[in-house]
Design a protein around this ligand. Structure first.
Ligand code: NAG
Length: 349
């Protein structure tokens, strides 16, 4: 009967781990009491000795259950991270040459090492050697920097606007070069134009003589804008250019009208000035605006011929062109008129 009451608690005991001490029956336990408190005690013979704390190791076992034996602190360079029954502490890890110390060893914690800068080891993989980090090549940019536990990531630089500063390094000089080229071209053009104008005396000369008389009737500002950057001191013409010879029509007015098409050569910007110069009313010129360029010229020339009647002469039209600095157009018209047999040069000049 007494035996029964002794046995029952020990049947229950295994299922009540931490409450074991409550069932403590004096200093000794029976064989069936083989479950010491997990993580706190260890079995030594019949006894449950309490573990030595972290940072120490066991020197000698306990002599009574539930007690701690003799524990000794870990020597320098050794450690124990948890409670234990070890005869000696673990040796601290020595960081390899390709690693550096993150945290030095303490009695309760091992050394922490990591790969040196520029090398890495992937966690959860055996790290026998730190691998070298990938170096991004030219034309690539770093998407992710290398860390001690991950490789670097590179990406091809894309030349899309505003994607990265690397693009700016390419685009900015390019734009500057293009701007410079544009400045040189535009500057060169104006320089050339100016040079051409200053070395071409006929235009200014005429402007000073005949155009001046017409200015009173017409639009002075527009007329003047043509060629008076430099007004010559002398008003005699021509100084250097050959004078235009007097032209004689071979078939009277018909010859003149045959030459109308040559005036299609007149530069668009000078067309209105040309007709104003011939004394055609602004309103009349404007009324022909809707017509195509060539038709407009023919129409207005017809009007002029109607008005001048018998006096209408190709010479006057050429003179008007010369007055407007359009010598090249005048030469062209003259050449064509002679070449196509509408006019001949008057020898008696
Ligand atoms: C990488 O690191 C450098 C400096 O070490 C930093 O300037 C750069 O922004 C970092 N790049 C990324 C993608 O984190």
């Amino acid at each position: 009967m007494t035996n029964f009451f002794l046995v029952v608690p020990f049947l229950i005991l295994p299922y009540v781990p931490t409450g074991a001490s409550a069932f403590h029956l004096g200093g000794s336990r029976t064989r069936r009491d083989d479950n010491c408190r997990y993580d706190l005690e260890y079995r030594h013979g019949n006894l449950c000795c309490v573990n030595c704390p972290a940072g120490t190791h066991l020197k000698s076992h306990c002599t009574r259950s539930g007690e701690k034996g003799k524990c000794q602190e870990c020597d320098y360079g050794t450690y124990t991270e948890h409670g234990n029954e070890l005869n000696q502490c673990f040796k601290c890890t020595q960081c390899r040459p390709d690693q550096e110390i993150v945290r030095p060893c303490t009695p309760t914690q091992d050394t922490q090492c990591q790969c040196r800068r520029g090398r890495f080891c992937v966690p959860d993989q055996a790290c026998e050697v730190c691998k070298k980090c990938l170096r991004c090549e030219q034309g690539q940019e770093v998407v992710r920097n290398c860390t001690s536990t991950s490789d670097s990531e590179c990406k091809k630089i894309q030349l899309s606007p505003g994607s990265s500063s690397a693009n700016a390094a390419v685009i900015v000089p390019l734009v500057l070069i293009l701007l410079l080229a544009a400045v040189i071209i535009v500057g060169g053009f104006f320089w050339w134009k100016k040079r051409r104008r200053t070395t071409d005396p006929e235009g200014d000369l005429h402007e000073g003589t005949k155009a001046g008389q017409h200015l009173t009737n017409n639009s002075p500002t527009e007329e003047r804008a043509i060629g008076d950057t430099r007004r010559p001191s002398s008003s005699h013409w021509p100084l250097t250019e050959e004078p235009f010879p007097k032209l004689v029509p071979l078939k009277g007015e018909e010859s003149l009208r045959k030459c109308f098409e040559y005036f299609e050569e007149i530069e668009f910007n000078y067309q209105k000035r040309f007709f104003r110069h011939l004394g055609i009313n602004d309103n009349v010129i404007k009324s022909k605006d809707p017509l195509p360029y060539e038709d407009r010229i023919h129409e207005l020339l017809n009007i002029w011929v109607e008005r001048e009647g018998r006096d209408a002469a190709l010479d006057d039209l050429l003179k008007a062109l010369l007055d407007l600095n359009q010598r090249r157009t005048a030469e062209t018209v003259k050449e064509k008129a002679i070449h196509n047999g509408h006019y001949r040069v008057c020898e008696s000049l």
